[in-house]
Write a protein that binds this ligand. Structure first.
Ligand code: ADP
Ligand code: ZN
Ligand code: ZN
Length: 671
């Protein structure tokens, strides 16, 4: 029998320090822990779970400094080399230490559970069973384009990115499902990852998947699961038991040892981008993951991102078009522009839109009003002295929430009662300025007292499960007029909806952000796409002050192709992404000058041939929660050159040990 002998575990820990840490572990030679296992260690006077990334006999750490690891989670199968490579790639690409990427990518419970609790979770997983009645729901007969697409995806071997470019209602979901069926049939243990942009879209798809593949275990991963559920679902995927994983962006880092296909629905959606901490793009990581595993991936959208469209044009992605709606007789809605200069709105609604709403009411059909601004009014003001409800902590306004009798800042969550009189001059007549969903709801109730009006936005759906309840009410036909923000714009298949009214989209036309028009176009096409899906003729009415604007022209003609091609040309001429690669260094401080000073110092701290570093500027919304923010934009036409520079630059910045809080974002979406 061997004597226990110490080995050295190299462990990645969730800390900003860019290093792995050595710990000693006593074990027999044939019992050595494996790379990819988790270990409990003491770090900075706390007990934390780290990830074993190396096992060795040697260390440079002096013996008296070397600590023992406290436990190894040997009951959990190690994370695969491929998963470690994915985390490693993300760490490199987004310029973060491995531990800061790998550990937050795991369910929290895995990091805090005791051994006993972990054993219990594993036991629970073993008992997890499928329903007894494995009669799959019928598969509808695909039309020719759908069939072609499903075969191209399901039958692909190797790394084959495909862009499923299908107009709204063209039956993209059906294509995914049938491609999945092919892969599941061919690969006895094969796993499939399906990403959707929003939690609210998971129940609909989840229902479809369960009905279609009753004999296959499905795991869901999104932020509204309890930690216990998340742990169980994660384990089901990790142990290969769940063969389909459906989730939001965070699911891209799940452990899927037999991954054979990745599906990204609504691939253009900005919510695939994580906007804090590790600011990764789940879509981009998904493409990398597919490349690494040499497996097919499909990106689906009615309005692909310009990045993906560019790849489809250049042949890097295979373009799979679905040009028609799938349901018999369903055609795309007629889009009309209402000139608000001629038809002056009352309570935010033009007479043409009101007439159209009335008509739907009479016919017993549903209408949707889309306004991407929640609250009652974006600001209140005093007409006698000009006071307006600014947030005291942010460069922004306090939004009036009338039903809740509050003013709220949407950026720092500051709340207060609505003042009875003007804080500056005492005037009691404070007026709401502008219009949010609550105010439109109120106007509708006055206009159509008999109508069943339902508002769906972040405020009306705070309680867990309430969003789903609201959507169910619409599906059951118990709503005449639905008013909502972008929450209602995406993905939903409302059968009785025949009118979409779009209020106030103009502001985005003149944004400084060069991506604003791409985003607005996608959003309008998305929300327009909610209408007429079941074959009843339908209409989309857009209220605008700029009916001549070419963007609206493209929406009227449902013409993504030309619009995207023209935008790409503009981007190429102006040398903007996707023809240019960017990173953004942000700095935060109590005083703007401190942040700018830091960025100026950062600007010159490393030589940068071939890389453009712009001057630091305050962010558009400079102050949030009493912190001033500034940014520095770094650009290069070469991604490898940019990456090489960033690596060196981050190293230098970490060495600087400045007290200013800073962070780097690679491929920023909002500049
Ligand atoms: P998309 O995601 O492209 O907007 P969906 O996948 O939601 O579209 O499909 C729209 C509607 O078309 C759904 O009601 C779906 O059941 C239906 N559908 C899809 N494919 C077919 C088909 N081949 N025959 C009949 N109906 C279909
Ligand atoms: Zn006043
Ligand atoms: Zn605020």
């Amino acid at each position: 029998m061997n004597n226990p002998r110490p080995c050295i575990l190299q462990i990645a820990i969730d800390t900003p320090l860019d290093a792995v840490f050595d710990y000693r572990w006593q074990c027999e030679d044939d019992q050595r822990p494996q790379i990819g296992q988790l270990a409990l260690v003491s770090f900075a006077r706390r007990e934390v779970v780290g990830l074993i990334v190396g096992v060795s006999d040697q260390t440079d750490v002096p013996v008296d400094k070397l600590k023992d690891a406290l436990a190894v989670r040997s009951q959990l199968s190690p994370l695969s080399a491929q998963w470690l490579a994915l985390a490693g790639f993300a760490a490199d690409y987004y310029q973060r230490p491995l531990g800061e990427v790998a550990l937050p990518g795991l369910p929290k419970n895995l990091r805090v559970l005791t051994t006993v609790a972990l054993d219990r979770a594993i036991k629970k997983l073993a008992k997890l069973d499928l329903p007894h009645d494995p009669t799959p729901a019928n598969m509808p007969l695909l039309n020719a384009q759908q069939q072609q697409a499903a075969d191209a995806i399901g039958g692909a071997q190797g790394f084959k990115p495909a862009l499923l470019y299908g107009v709204t209602g063209s039956g993209k979901t059906e294509v995914y499902l049938q491609a999945c069926a092919q892969v599941l049939a061919r690969e006895p243990d094969g796993q499939i990852l399906i990403l959707v942009p929003e939690i609210n879209l998971t129940p609909q798809l989840e229902g479809n998947i369960r009905a279609r593949f009753p004999g296959v275990m499905l795991a869901t991963l999104h932020s509204s699961l309890s930690e216990g559920e998340r742990m169980l679902h994660w384990l089901a995927a990790h142990e290969g038991k769940a063969r389909i994983v459906l989730g939001t962006r965070l699911a891209i880092l799940s452990s899927l040892p037999h991954l054979k296909l990745i599906v990204i629905d609504e691939e253009h959606d900005p919510s695939y981008k994580q906007q804090e901490g590790l600011r990764y793009s789940a879509r981009d990581l998904a493409v990398w993951r597919a490349w690494q595993l040499r497996i097919p991936i499909v990106l689906g959208s009615a309005t692909p991102s310009l990045e993906s469209w560019h790849h489809a044009q250049s042949g890097r992605y295979r373009l799979l078009p679905l040009r028609e709606r799938a349901v018999k007789n369903a055609v795309l809605p007629q889009v009309k522009l209402i000139d608000m200069e001629r038809d002056k709105p009352q309570d935010g609604l033009t007479s043409q839109l009101i007439a159209a709403l009335r008509q739907r009411m009479e016919r017993g059909e549903q209408s949707l009003l889309f306004l991407n601004r929640r609250g009652y009014a974006p600001v209140i003001c005093c007409e006698s002295c000009g006071w307006i409800s600014e947030c005291t902590r942010c460069t922004s306004f306090m939004v009036l929430h009338r039903p809740e009798h509050r003013l709220r800042c949407h950026h720092c969550s500051l709340e207060m009662r609505i003042p009875r009189h003007c804080p500056t001059c005492g005037n009691v007549d404070l007026q709401p300025l502008g219009r949010g969903t609550q105010r439109v709801e109120e106007g509708l109730q006055a206009l159509f007292p008999q109508a069943r009006v339902l508002r769906i936005d972040a405020d009306s759906t705070r309680k867990k499960g309430s969003a789903q309840e609201a959507f169910d009410t619409v599906h059951r036909g118990e709503v005449d007029i639905l008013i909502g923000t972008q929450m209602v714009a995406k993905g939903h298949d409302f059968k009785k909806l025949t009118l979409v009214g779009i209020l106030n989209p103009d502001t985005a036309l003149f944004s400084q952000d060069y991506r604003a028009s791409e985003r607005l176009f996608a959003q309008l096409m998305q929300v327009a796409g909610r209408a007429g899906r079941a074959g009843i003729p339908s209409e989309v009415l857009i209220q605008t002050r700029y009916p001549q604007h070419p963007l609206y022209g493209a929406v009227v003609h449902h013409d993504y192709d030309h619009f995207a091609t023209a935008l790409l040309e503009e981007r190429e001429q102006a040398a903007l992404p996707p023809y240019l690669f960017q990173a953004l260094l942000r700095a935060e401080a109590r005083e703007l000058a401190t942040a700018i000073e830091f960025l100026n110092m950062a600007k010159d701290c490393v030589a940068h041939p071939g890389i453009t570093i712009n001057d630091p500027i305050p962010m558009t919304m400079t102050r949030v929660h009493n912190v001033d923010r500034a940014q520095l934009l770094v650009e290069s036409p070469s991604r490898p050159a940019l990456q090489a520079f960033l690596r060196e630059w981050m190293h230098a910045l970490r060495e600087m040990k400045s007290r200013v809080k800073w962070s780097l974002e690679v491929d920023p979406l909002d500049i």
